[in-house]
Write a protein that binds this ligand. Sequence first.
Ligand code: XLS
Ligand code: NI
Ligand code: NI
Length: 439
Amino acid sequence: MSEIFSGISKIAYEGAKSTNPLAFKFYDAEKLVMGKPMKDYLPFAMAWWHNLCAAGTDMFGRDTADKSFGADEKGTMEHAKAKVDAGFEFMSKLGIEYFCFHDVDIVPEADDINVTNARLDEITDYMLEKMKETGIKCLWGTANMFSNPRFMNGAGSTNSADVYCFAAAQIKKALELTVKLGGKGYVFWGGREGYETLLNTDMKFEQENIARLMKMAVEYGRKIGFTGDFYIEPKPKEPMKHQYDFDAATAIGFLRQYGLDKDFKMNIEANHATLAGHTFQHELRVSAINGMLGSIDANQGDYLLGWDTDEFPFDVYEATMCMYEVIKAGGLTGGFNFDAKCRRPSNTYEDMFESYILGMDTFALGLIKAAQLIEDGRLDGFVADKYASFNEGIGAKIVAGETSLEELAAYAAELKNTPAPISGKQERLEGIVNSVLFG
Ligand code: XLS
Ligand code: NI
Ligand code: NI
């Protein structure tokens, strides 16, 4: 097999002063941060769909990038194999240790599902060989239950029992492939699990059916030896007007309602957080405090645009706050999947590499700065002090659940006047973050 990205060699760490666009400025895999190598905090993954499949087509124009990777014709098994070759060469050159995939990213889908499944068996044999050669692993797999027109009314939430069976068949196969490739997780992103109008929608029935499908997935997954986590990837809208997995809090409530919370965690995507009207950090915090922070789709949205732009992350402030949450949560069981694509005019092979370098460097910087914030201790110290009144006396009784409304009312009556509230010091804390980031 010949080199696809010839002229681009293994990407090395050259340090912040480097002007070489094809070098890491901050990501130094073995560098110790709080006693652990950077790469242990940052299990990066390549998203098969954006990197190897998407070629720039948008609503107004066709492909701008050549992603044939030397195959004569796209949409063939020859092309599927060329994508495998390209993907593993790409990941090896960047030192990326994981990939994520949908079933239809790795083979062309046939009209007959049996033909598609045979193709999936063939390609995953080939992928396994490459995995053995390179040591690269699978982070998570998933089934694409949103592109095919049969899913126009949803997959788990469809009105058609036949379509529901196709969704089940795809999940079954994708789970088998994930187990075959040793994937750590299995993702449900419910792009079509929602509605355009309530006029034609039985919301309760649709949600119950989604839960039934997830339950069957868990049962089957455990039966075939899948020991990893199932993930829900919340997103409020797009493609549907309203999606049931709106945000982390909604998805966690749903999982608890249907008894799925022991098997599922969250896969939090930065751009989905901002679409839901939250910060990325908020979604991570909600997941973490519920013991459900599993994995991350590392990308970035554009605050001026109302859709999932899936940009490579460059905002160091956001990445710092993300890593702050991740370190405090004790790390991820999953990883950082770059669910991101080059901008349409960034259409060369070189751009593919530079995009990943940008994303990896941004998270490396975020890690370094988050560790500094934690070691600095002023933020944590402030938060601890802020709630200090609950450490003793009446406060401690409240926390221990050893009091009553009557006792608290009597306590307040004794105080007579409202105690002066204590400043939240937001601006001081924002200044501390700036001095750690740029000082
Ligand atoms: C789309 C989602 C999708 C999932 C995987 O917005 O981010 O790419 O990550 O199905
Ligand atoms: Ni995603
Ligand atoms: Ni997305």
